[in-house]
Write a protein of this length. Sequence first.
Length: 351
Amino acid sequence: MELDSKKILKTLNLNKIWIPIILGLGIVLYLFISDPDLTPSSLGLIYKAKFRYILLTILTIFVRDLGYIYRIRTLTNKSLNWVSSFYVIVLWEFASAVTPSVVGGTAIAVFILLKENIKLGKSLAYVMLTAIFDNLFFVIAAPIALLGVDGTLFPTSTALETKLGKSLQFIFWLSYVLITLYTFMMSFALFVRPRFFKWLLLKFTNIRFLRKWRYAAQQHGNDILLASKALRGQRFAYWLKISLATIFIWSARYIILNLFIAAYVSLDFQEHIAIFGKHILMWVTMLISPTPGSSGTAEFFFKQFYTGLLNEYTLVTGIMWRGFTYYLYLILGAIFLPKWIKKVFFNKKAG
C-alpha cells in the first residue's frame, strides 16, 4: 500500500467537516419541508426526552468507545498505550466520517498506525482484521435480525411505502451480498492462501482491459502477504478477546438508538428487538452510501425505518441519534487532529 502523507492529511483536512454537515442538514431540512406532520414546534419536543435515558445513552457511548480503545490495544498486542489508542480510534472515526462509507478509511487508518510506530505489515494486518471482524458481525447479525422480528422491518403501510420498502430491501440485499463476498475473500486471502490470492489477482489483471490495474493488484497482493505474515502464531485468547470486543462494541452501538427512542416513546421488549433489528439492516444499507459517513443517507433511511414508531418524535430523535453517533466524531476530530499532528510530526522532530 502506497501511503502519500500529503494526500492523506489532505483527506483529514478539517475543512471537509462542512461537507457531511451540509448534506445531513440538507436532508433533514428536506424531510422537514416535505412532511406536513413536521412543524417548527417539532424541534421543541427535544425537551420532552426522559433524562435517565439520555444519561444511559451518554454512558453507553463512553463505554462503547472504551471498547474500541481496548480492542485496538488488544489487536496490537498492547504496542499502543492508552493515549495512542485513544488518538487512533478518534481519528479513525473522524476519517470514516469525512470519507464515503463505500470507500472507508482503510489507507488513513494504516497511516495513523504507522505514525504511532506500528510497522507497515502489522498496520495492514490490524486494519484488515478490524474490517473482517466488523463485517462478520453484520453478516451473522443481519439474518438473525430478519428472523428475530416480524414482517415490519421495511415500510409497507401505503402503496408508496411498499414501493420504497422494496427498494430498501433491494439495497439491503445488495449490500449484504457485497459485504459477505468481500469478507469471505479477505478472510481467505489473509488466513488461508495469501500467495494464491496474489497469484489470482495478477492472473485476473492480465486480461487486456484490466491491465491498467495490474500494478495496483500486485501492491494489494504484497499487502496481503505482509499482513498475513504479521498475524501468524496468535493464540486462541487473542482471537477470543477480539471477537468478544467486536460483539460488545457493535451491540452497544446499536443499543444507543434503542435508548434514544425509549427516551421519547414507551417500548416493550418486542419493540426493542424490532428497533435493534432494523438498525442492523439500516446500517448494512448505509455501508454502500456514496456520501461522507453516510451523511444524508442515514437521515433519510432513519425516517423510512422509524417514523411509524416515533411519529412526531422522528425528527428530534434522528437529529439526536446522528448528533451523538456521527457529528460528535467530527467535533472530536476537529479538536484532536491538530494535537495528534503536533504529537507525531513536530514533537518527534523536536526530540
